[in-house]
Design a protein around this ligand. Structure first.
Ligand SMILES: [Zn+2]
Ligand SMILES: [Zn+2]
Ligand SMILES: [Zn+2]
Length: 268
C-alpha cells in the first residue's frame, strides 16, 4: 500500500476499473463480530464500503464516496479526481464526500457530481454545511451538481444510467463502454436489462445467500448473470456470510466475488 507513485493511466480507448470497496454497509470485518470471515487472515475478506474507480482518457471518476473513501483513494493512489457519480444516497455510499477537499485544493476547482434529483436532495440535506455554509473559515467540499436525466457524455465516454429497484427506492447503476456497475438492488426492470446486453464485465450486488428485502442474493444474482450473459461477472456489496475462497469455489467459472483492489481493463 503506497501513495508515493501516481496510478498508471489507462491508454486511450481503454477504461481501467478498480474496485475500491467490495463490502456491505457495515464493512467486513464487521465491528464486534466474532465469525470466521470477520477473523479470516485472507486479505480478500477485508472489505471496505462499496465503490469503484473508473480511469480513462487521463481522468478519474469514482462511483460513490464511501465512509472509507480516504483510505480507498490512498490505496488506489488517486492523485486527481475529475467526477463523482452517485448510485443513491444511503450512508455507505455518500459519507466520504468531505474527503474530496484535498482534490479541490490541488485542482483549484469544484468537482462535478452526477446523481438523481432524489439523491441530490438528500446530499443537500446531509451535507447542509456544504450547500448552506454559515462560515467560510474552514474548508468545505466544492462540487458542481448535475441531475441525471439520461445518457450523457463524460470526458469523451458515454455514461448510461441504469435504473434499478433497491427495495422501495429507485437507484442507478452505470454502464460505460463494455462494463456496468450495479450495486444495491433487489430487482432490475426489463427496461434496464436492455441496457445491460453485450457486457464484458458486470459488477453486481450479491449481499449473501439469505434473502434480503433491499439486496440481491447470490442465487438471484446468478440468475441475472445467466439472463444478461456478460463475459465476466463480479459480485460486490458482500457481507460477512460469504468467505472469499469458499464462496468462489462454488461459483461458475465466469463469476467471482470482487475484492478491494481488484483491477481490470475494458474497451470503451
Ligand atoms: Zn449500500
Ligand atoms: Zn462476521
Ligand atoms: Zn443502499
Amino acid at each position: 500500500m503506497s501513495s508515493g507513485n501516481p496510478k498508471p493511466v489507462a491508454n486511450s480507448g481503454r477504461l481501467l476499473v478498480t474496485v475500491l470497496g467490495s463490502g456491505t454497509s457495515m464493512g467486513v470485518p464487521t465491528l464486534a463480530c466474532q465469525c470466521d470471515v470477520c477473523h479470516s487472515s485472507d486479505l480478500h475478506d477485508k472489505r471496505t464500503r462499496p465503490s469503484v474507480l473508473l480511469s480513462y482518457n487521463g481522468r478519474n471518476v469514482v462511483i460513490d464516496t464511501t465512509p472509507d473513501f480516504r483510505e480507498q483513494a490512498l490505496r488506489a493512489r488517486i492523485t486527481h479526481l475529475d467526477a463523482i457519480l452517485y448510485t443513491h444516497a444511503h450512508a455507505d455510499h455518500i459519507l466520504g464526500l468531505d474527503d474530496i477537499r484535498p482534490f479541490n485544493a490541488k485542482q483549484k476547482s469544484p468537482i462535478p457530481v452526477y446523481a438523481s434529483q432524489e439523491t441530490l436532495s438528500i446530499l443537500r440535506r446531509t451535507f447542509a454545511y456544504v450547500f448552506e455554509p454559515q462560515s467560510a473559515e474552514s474548508s468545505i467540499p466544492q462540487v458542481k451538481l448535475h441531475t441525471l436525466t439520461g445518457e450523457f457524455e463524460l470526458f469523451g465516454a458515454r455514461v448510461i444510467p441504469v435504473p434499478a429497484q433497491h427495495g422501495p427506492l429507485t437507484v442507478h447503476g452505470f454502464r460505460i463502454g463494455s462494463v456496468a456497475y450495479l450495486t444495491d438492488f433487489s430487482s432490475i426492470p426489463d427496461s434496464s436489462k436492455v441496457l445491460l446486453c453485450n457486457l464484458d464485465h458486470l459488477i453486481l450486488d450479491a449481499l449473501r445467500y439469505t434473502p434480503h428485502p433491499m439486496h440481491s442474493t447470490v442465487d438471484q444474482s446468478l440468475a441475472l448473470v445467466r439472463e444478461l450473459a456478460p463475459r465476466r461477472a463480479w459480485f460486490t456489496h458482500i457481507c460477512h456470510d460469504l468467505g472469499h475462497e469458499g464462496t468462489n469455489a462454488k461459483l461458475p467459472a465466469n463469476v467471482r466475488l470482487a475484492f478491494d483492489g481488484l483491477e481490470f481493463g475494458v474497451s470503451l
